[in-house]
Design a binder for this molecule. Structure first.
Ligand code: HEC
Ligand code: HEC
Length: 343
């Protein structure tokens, strides 16, 4: 899912710069696009350099970061940054980079603290990127640094001291010395682009399951994932050519209330990331057994748990699934959708 998000972002970025280029050079001729306003440019121009350039003025403490982290990050990354299930580990791993299986974390691997601020602000929480304020980002950055034992518990991170933080692996990066990575632009008798391929994943190494749109559950291996996708493609093909195909879900016909129907979209956007496949201990959509004991509770209890979050015996349900921008009503509708899908 994240991959395709990246692609969409990339495409719109390219689109945006194309529009800007056209406007600058030939707007009279083609009448396409408009000049980007300073506000629009500022919206994209959010990168932060290792020397701290680009940081907004502000600050945040480890102490405040702890509260926020536990609310909206720990469900995936673990209370101590150890990573829940297959979610990424954020802390530890110091001195493992030369091991056969290195643990690459912010503390063991990243060269600059600025990247941490940039990354959290840009991409986290996973389900709601760019939803954090600058101050919250300072708090969370401070706390992740603390989890890596790079700052003390009374530390306050500011736009002035961030660039001074020395990351343990700062000298571990160098310009690739291999000659074949120094590309020389070809001007004549060049390779035919049709004969070139791009390998985006390393077979057997890159876990691709997370990233395939609509994948039910990540397969353990590349081959496994490809088999899954092949089966689905066949089912789609069969459906197109009019053959009867019944997937497990179609077999049970469910009629939804209006409230539940209204919640489908919220579910897709904000809840499916966990409840779609039942990761992190969440009850999977449509899994009657997992839902039956929960549905026995009053609906208001379920909705309350979804809105305010709760820690159960299986895992942590973050408030509104980490999407604090959702209204209580939207969350309630999504719960109705989940419950009615799982009866
Ligand atoms: C729903 C699960 C989820 C939640 C909640 C979440 N993250 Fe993440 N986080 C991820 C995933 C998945 C990645 C890896 C994304 C990728 O590589 O494309 C990631 C990556 C990261 C990384 C980079 C790790 C590395 O070494 O590459 C940091 C730092 C991070 N998250 C911090 C946070 C913080 C801070 C929060 C709370 C505001 C948060 N995350 C909430 C799932 C989550
Ligand atoms: C980061 C993963 C994650 C996301 C995202 C998420 N949930 Fe959950 N949810 C959980 C987990 C884990 C549980 C089970 C906790 C337990 O019982 O131990 C849960 C449980 C629930 C329950 C059952 C509560 C109960 O009392 O048994 C409801 C209802 C629920 N979630 C609704 C939602 C809704 C609505 C959304 C989207 C707005 C959502 N969840 C998004 C992880 C998530």
């Amino acid at each position: 899912m994240y991959r395709s998000l990246k692609h969409t972002l990339m495409a719109s970025l390219l689109g945006a710069s194309l529009v800007v280029a056209i406007t600058a050079s030939a707007s009279e001729k083609y009448n396409v696009g408009k000049t980007a306003t300073p506000e629009e440019i500022a919206g994209w121009d959010i990168d932060i350099r290792p020397d701290g350039k680009g940081l907004p003025i502000g600050q945040g403490s480890v102490e405040d970061g702890e509260v926020l982290y536990e609310q909206i990050c720990a469900a995936c990354h673990g209370l101590f940054g150890e990573g829940e299930g297959r979610w990424p580990v954020l802390a530890g791993g110091k001195g493992t980079l030369k091991d056969a299986r290195p643990t690459k974390t912010v503390g063991s691997y990243w060269p600059y603290a600025s990247t941490l601020y940039d990354y959290i602000r840009r991409a986290m929480p996973f389900t709601a990127p760019r939803s954090l304020t600058d101050e919250q980002t300072y708090q969370l950055t401070a706390y992740v640094l603390y989890l890596n034992e790079l700052v003390d518990d009374d530390f306050v991170l500011t736009h002035e001291n961030l660039a001074q933080i020395e990351m343990p692996n700062k000298d571990g990066f160098f310009i690739d010395p291999r000659p074949d990575v120094k590309n020389i632009r070809c001007m004549q008798a060049c390779d035919d682009p049709k004969t070139m391929t791009i390998e985006g994943t390393l077979k057997g190494i890159t876990p691709v399951g997370h990233f395939i749109e609509g994948a039910d559950a990540p397969a353990a291996s590349h081959e496994g994932q490809q088999d899954l996708e092949r089966e689905k493609a066949q089912a789609r093909q069969a459906a197109l050519s009019g053959e009867e195909v019944q997937s497990e879900q179609d077999a049970v016909s469910v009629s939804f209330s209006d409230k539940a129907l209204a919640g489908k979209e919220t579910f897709e956007n904000a809840c499916k990331v966990c409840h779609g496949s039942g990761i992190a201990g969440s009850p999977k959509l449509g899994d009657h057994e997992a839902w039956a004991p929960r549905v026995k509770q009053d609906m208001s209890v379920l909705v309350g748990h979804a809105i305010n979050g709760f820690a159960g015996t299986f895992g942590i349900m973050p408030p509104k699934g980490g999407r604090v921008d959702l209204s209580d009503q939207q969350v309630e509708e999504a719960v109705n959708y989940m419950v009615e899908s799982s009866k």
